[in-house]
Design a protein around this ligand. Structure first.
Ligand code: FES
Length: 179
């Protein structure tokens, strides 16, 4: 029988490795593939389905520092743990706000996130403006839009002082366009 080189190779391989070994290797490959798919797929599925099962995270009061530690007229970044914190979130669970002490008793807290597409805005004390680096969004000191694409003012959080601690009533990360 005349076989071309490819067919000869196949015949040689068939003779060289008995079917049981080939079957074993196929099954082993499938098992490793399935294990790797589960390793990647389960956390992804969990992150998609988890919020549906757990419900929306609730807004909470979070202490961000002693009231005496903030100077009147200054706007500073404060950091706290996200509401709806998940045990495995690590440092990604940390979020923050821009906090301004208006006078001895009153504070204003602004979201860090731009109302256009959610980039982090920076407070520029010299210019008295919040600037967004992504698409040139600019907000006045009171959070209203000065220029650029943001469709609405910066979100503000309620603030209170309890036992000398400034507390911000946090809410889940605002996603522009998904209110
Ligand atoms: S995300 Fe801020 S201007 Fe686009």
């Amino acid at each position: 029988m005349n076989l071309n080189p490819e067919e000869r190779n196949e015949q040689y391989e068939r003779q060289a490795s008995p079917p049981s070994r080939r079957t074993f290797l196929t099954l082993l490959s499938l098992a490793i593939g399935a294990f790797c798919a589960a390793l990647v797929g389960i956390p992804v599925l969990g992150s998609l389905i988890g919020p549906l099962l757990l419900g929306a995270p609730k807004a909470e009061w979070r202490a961000v520092g002693k009231a005496d530690g903030f100077k009147v007229g200054e706007t500073v970044e404060v950091v706290y743990i996200n509401p709806g914190s998940l045990p495995w979130a690590g440092v990604s669970d940390r979020t923050g706000a821009w906090l301004r002490r208006n006078d001895a008793e009153h504070f204003t807290a602004f979201s860090l996130n731009c109302q256009h597409l959610g980039c982090a805005v920076r407070w520029q004390a010299g210019a008295d403006l919040f600037m967004c680096p992504c698409h040139g969004g600019i907000y006045y000191a009171d959070g209203t839009v000065a220029a650029g694409p943001p469709p609405r003012p910066l979100q503000q959080y309620p603030v209170r002082v309890r036992n000398g601690e400034v507390e911000i009533h946090t809410s889940p990360l605002p996603l522009p366009g998904f209110e």
